[in-house]
Ligand binder design. Structure first.
Ligand SMILES: [Zn+2]
Length: 279
């Protein structure tokens, strides 16, 4: 969209509404197309734990050529895979994994949940059982998911301490220059005994985390970190160290422990970071 038109629509206060409707229309078209294209794979294989559809193939997602070298070089576990999107509802592998882990490990009923940068399917699931607050630094983008989404900077959360039993921030911290400040904020607003699920892309072949917190150069960020708005790639052990420094007792769930969720077409090398605050 033309930048001056965008600025005009923003000033008029209708940009996010229009853009949201446009994105919903695109999603509707995408779902329609994939339901047709994947009809022949229906019936057995992977099951979507959001819509219960079953297909032998889900929709793949691979990095574009210009970011593929960063992803490949550091063997980043970022979600790219042969089976990523459910052809019936377009839920993503990382949403299905978090839903599976929550259903397996975390009691939601009557709980207070903070869902940061909320994914639509996951938000709807959480909301069926818990009281959910959603938030993002750019809330307008999420209005089609939750009309009550709050404006919040993860490094300076406007929530009282010990407010939430569960925090879900799925692939957020790699975007944030002051990530350790954000980790401390998530810890602060978590109730003792609560858990934050803080997923990030990570590498196990890097010697340490590579990052440029001050960078503001999308082309270079794609080249270095594999995405235009990422400021780092975490090395797994360094990520765990940062979480510990913020106060968390992190319980990583490794691929072996997550193998039982393969039936939901989840990334097989993913690690889930259950970050507990001691009671
Ligand atoms: Zn689905």
């Amino acid at each position: 969209m033309n930048e001056s038109l965008k600025a005009f629509l923003k000033r008029a206060g209708i940009y996010h509404g229009l853009h949201g409707r446009y994105r919903m229309f695109l999603l509707w078209l995408t779902i329609k197309r994939y339901r047709q294209r994947y009809a022949r794979y229906q019936g057995s294989g992977f099951t979507c734990n959001f819509c219960n559809a079953t297909y032998s193939r889900f929709v793949p997602e691979w990095p574009d050529a210009h970011i593929a070298s960063a992803i490949a070089q550091h063997e980043v576990i970022a979600g790219y895979d042969e089976h990523v999107y459910c052809p019936n509802c377009m839920s993503k592998n990382r949403e299905r994994l978090i839903r599976a882990v929550i259903a397996d490990r975390i009691e939601l009923r009557g709980k207070d949940v903070l869902h940061f940068s909320p994914e639509k399917n996951l938000f709807r699931f959480l909301q069926t059982q818990a009281s959910v607050v959603t938030a993002d630094i750019s809330p307008g983008y999420y209005l089609t998911t939750d009309t009550n989404v709050k404006q919040a900077d993860a490094t300076s959360l406007n929530f009282a301490e010990k407010s939430f039993d569960l925090i879900v921030a799925n692939h957020i911290l790699e975007h944030i220059p002051e990530d350790e400040k954000a980790m401390r904020e998530f810890y602060r607003v978590l109730k003792p005994g609560g858990t934050a699920i803080l997923q990030v892309p990570f590498s196990t072949v890097l010697n340490t985390t590579i990052e440029e917190p001050e960078i503001n150069d999308p082309a270079k960020q794609e080249q270095l970190f594999g995405q235009r708005d990422h400021v780092r790639i975490y090395e797994l052990n360094d990520y765990l160290r940062r979480l510990a420094a913020a106060g968390f007792e992190t319980e990583p769930l490794y691929p072996q422990q997550l193998a039982k969720f393969q039936r939901f077409a989840v990334q097989e090398k993913e690690v889930v970071f259950l970050c507990h605050r001691a009671s």
